[in-house]
Design a protein around this ligand. Structure first.
Ligand code: MN
Length: 257
């Protein structure tokens, strides 16, 4: 049997499970909210063009209104000023869109401290137990934040001092970008950076360093608890928006059972 025949047979039999890591896209999908004077994205909206009626008797369809960074989405390098001449989302090589993934689970830590930050020592300790981070693969950072994804207020977790959601320390973001072979980082939160990362130096270090190094981001993932620590393969193809900074994406993981 060819490799692809074997894959298809394995998916059909359930020997390879397809796990959907994507949040449903609707008017209720939480979105990032930046304070003034910054611009903000629009929430998801769909406008009906026709639904088996005078406007189109046999067909149903909608127009979509949404930002590039709404819901489960892909951050392309050009999203950040550190990669202003880098790839836009249409230029991401297709072969990067199918990649190995590992899961680093810090649900317990983030449950105790919503401002929890992943540090270099955490990743190195994980590597001692599980092997090196995958070359050209995703680091999926599990925090349990997907349990809040149905509620914008709980998901953003903001108070008068700003949002409080888990992320990555400045040093760790720089190290992941410059010293590890990962393709990018995937998170369960609204963005790859911590809620408080506006106050870091540099601000938003995951965006700054990883996108600056030509790596990618995936956000608002769910079901990471259904993945093995190592061994999953992630399929995450964004729309090829010409000149786009990112795109909503359907993220699927292939898992051997
Ligand atoms: Mn984004």
């Amino acid at each position: 049997m060819s490799i692809l025949q074997s894959l298809v047979e394995s998916v059909r039999s359930g020997a390879v499970e397809v796990v959907d890591l994507t949040a449903p896209l609707s008017e209720e999908t939480p979105i990032l909210q930046l304070p003034p004077p910054f611009g903000n994205t629009i929430p998801f909206r769909k406008d009906e063009i026709s639904r088996y009626d005078d406007r189109g008797p046999a067909w149903y369809w909608n127009d979509l209104h949404l930002g590039e960074h709404v819901g489960t989405h892909f951050d392309a390098p050009i999203h950040w000023v550190t990669a202003r001449d880098g790839q836009d989302v249409s230029q991401v090589p297709p072969r990067s869109l199918i990649a190995p993934a590992v899961v680093l689970d810090f649900t317990a830590e983030a449950g105790k401290d919503p401002d929890f930050l992943l540090r270099i020592e955490h990743v190195q300790e994980w590597e001692r137990a599980n092997g090196p981070l995958p070359e050209g693969g995703w680091l999926l950072y599990r925090t349990g934040w997907d349990s809040r994804a149905a509620d914008q207020a709980a998901f953003l977790n903001a108070d008068e001092t700003g949002p409080h959601t888990p992320g990555v320390s400045v040093e760790c973001a720089r190290w992941l970008a410059e010293q590890t072979p990962i393709l990018g980082i995937g998170v369960e939160t609204v963005g790859t950076d911590a809620g408080a990362a506006h106050s870091f130096d540099p601000a938003f270090p995951c965006h700054s360093f990883l996108l600056g190094a030509g790596k990618y981001g995936l956000t608002q993932l769910r079901n990471l608890d259904l993945l093995p620590v190592t061994g999953a393969v992630v399929v995450a193809p964004p729309l090829p928006i010409v000149g786009g900074s990112g795109s909503p994406v359907r993220v699927l993981a292939l898992v051997e059972r």
